[in-house]
Design a protein around this ligand. Structure first.
Ligand code: IMP
Ligand code: MG
Length: 189
């Protein structure tokens, strides 16, 4: 990937191994995904559900490339605590207090890793009988899949490394990086 001048070159960068997806590249791909969703849902009013916290920047960006009437909700979901791999159980922080029945739902998530989070969320949402359900993830890390999950919109395939930035965190840090980078293993092990 062409090295380009990045906005964040300060103290955080010491913890990073490599920038994998630059700000420009992400912007370009997010615009493409937004256009694709706009075409696929033409004439509909989809309900976009952002999975917090990791998707907050991706969600905010893709939303502005969706040229449709759409509704926006968030679910706070966690499985990690302060560790760097899934604990295998998924916690949805609050009751779903909005109407899903009969809606065209799109779940927007930062990264598909083991598949535990997305498959649990899919099961929960399905119980509320949406008229359709699709999943949009910015990153897909297939190497670590434990549960097979089909997703409909994928930004990038990524290698089996711990990634941070553009909303993704390690222990709640690094979310503010405008690009996506791998973290030096010594930082999280
Ligand atoms: P899964 O349940 O293992 O598929 O993991 C999905 C969740 O784990 C995502 O919502 C992310 O919040 C988090 N996650 C997985 N891989 C990474 C990573 O490389 N960096 C930061 N968060 C990650
Ligand atoms: Mg997440």
């Amino acid at each position: 990937m062409a090295p380009e001048r990045e906005r964040i070159n300060g103290v955080i960068k010491e913890d990073l191994k490599e920038i994998l997806f630059s700000e420009e590249l992400i912007k370009h791909r997010v615009a493409e995904l937004g256009a694709q969703i706009s075409g696929d849902y033409a004439g509909k009013i989809p309900l976009l559900i952002g999975v917090l916290s990791g998707s907050f920047i991706f969600f905010a960006d893709i939303l502005r490339f969706i040229d449709l009437k759409c509704e926006v909700r968030f679910l706070m979901v966690s499985s990690y605590g302060l560790s760097s791999s899934t604990k295998g159980s998924v916690n949805i922080a609050a009751e779903i207090d909005f109407e899903i029945a009969g809606r065209d739902v799109i779940i927007v998530e930062d990264i598909l890793d083991s598949g535990v989070t997305i498959s649990a969320l899919r099961d929960v949402i399905t119980k509320y009988v949406p008229s359709s359900l699709r999943i949009c993830v910015l990153l897909d890390k297939p190497a670590r899949r434990q549960i097979p999950v089909e997703v409909d919109y994928v930004g990038f395939q990524c290698p089996d490394e711990f990634l941070v930035g553009y909303g993704l965190d390690y222990a709640e840090r690094y979310r503010n990086l405008p690009y996506i980078a791998s973290l030096k293993p010594e930082v999280y092990s």
